[in-house]
Design a protein around this ligand. Structure first.
Ligand SMILES: CC(C)(COP(=O)(O)OP(=O)(O)OC[C@H]1O[C@@H](n2cnc3c(N)ncnc32)[C@H](O)[C@@H]1OP(=O)(O)O)[C@@H](O)C(=O)NCCC(=O)NCCS
Length: 183
C-alpha cells in the first residue's frame, strides 16, 4: 500500500464542506481565525497581530508542508471560509501528529467540526498511516473537549503541556479509531 507522500495538497470534500489549502487570497479569513479574542479565548499561544504576520503564517505552513511536518487546511461552507483545521508536529517516522481546529462562532454547534474531524482523522490514520494523533486543549474548553471525546480521544491525566500549564493532552490511537468506525 502506498501512503500519502505530501506531493499534491490533500484537499478533502465532505457532505457540506470543502477542506482545502490556504492561499494569499485567504489572508483576511486566516487573520480573523488566528486573532479573534472569542475564537482564541482558550488558546494561550500568541495571537497573530496583522496581515503581514498572517501572510508569514501561510508561507510557514507551506514550508512546513514541504518538510512533511504540517498540513493547514481552511474549511469552506457554501464558498465562505468558516474555519481551519491543522495536523502539525507531524512525524512520519514516529507516525505521530497533533490536531487543532478553529471555527467562526456563528457556525458553532452545527456539527461542522465533527464533519471535518471525521475526515481528517480518516485521512491521518488511513492515508498517512499515523498511529497516534494527539490534541492539546485548555482544561476549561468544554466545546473542544466534547468534540475530542466524541471521537474517542483519551485524556492523559499524567501528562502536562510544559509550555501552557492549563492545557490538557488527549490522545487517539489508530487501533481504537479503526475499531470505532467499523462498529
Ligand atoms: C471546538 C470547536 C471547533 C467545536 O466545533 P463545533 O462545530 O461547534 O462542534 P460540533 O458541532 O461538531 O460538536 C461536536 C460535539 O461537541 C459538543 N459540543 C460542541 N460545543 C459544545 C458546547 N459548547 N458545550 C457542550 N458540548 C458541545 C456537541 O454537542 C457535539 O457532540 P454531539 O454530536 O454528541 O452532540 C469550536 O467550538 C471552536 O472553534 N472553538 C474555538 C476554537 C477552539 O477552542 N478550538 C479548540 C482548540 S485548538
Amino acid at each position: 500500500m502506498i501512503f500519502f507522500n505530501f506531493k499534491n495538497f490533500p484537499n478533502i470534500k465532505t457532505e457540506r464542506l470543502a477542506i482545502r489549502q490556504a492561499n494569499f487570497d485567504d489572508i483576511e479569513d486566516v487573520f480573523e481565525l488566528r486573532s479573534s479574542e472569542e475564537i482564541n479565548k482558550f488558546v494561550e499561544t500568541k495571537r497573530i497581530q496583522n496581515f503581514d504576520e498572517t501572510k508569514d503564517f501561510i508561507i510557514l505552513c507551506n514550508e512546513l508542508y514541504k518538510k512533511k511536518n504540517r498540513i493547514f487546511w481552511l474549511i469552506e461552507f457554501e464558498n465562505i471560509v468558516i474555519g481551519s483545521v491543522i495536523l502539525h508536529r507531524i512525524s512520519l517516522e514516529n507516525k505521530y501528529a497533533e490536531i487543532g481546529c478553529k471555527l467562526k462562532p456563528e457556525f458553532y454547534r452545527k456539527g461542522m467540526m465533527s464533519e471535518v474531524v471525521d475526515e481528517v482523522l480518516k485521512f491521518g490514520f488511513k492515508e498517512m498511516d499515523l498511529n497516534t494523533i494527539e490534541a492539546y486543549t485548555h482544561k476549561n474548553n468544554i466545546p473542544s473537549i466534547s468534540l475530542l471525546e466524541k471521537y474517542n480521544f483519551i485524556f492523559q491525566p499524567e501528562r502536562r503541556d510544559e509550555n501552557f500549564k492549563n492545557n490538557r493532552i488527549f490522545k487517539l490511537e489508530k487501533k481504537y479509531f479503526l475499531t470505532s468506525i467499523n462498529n
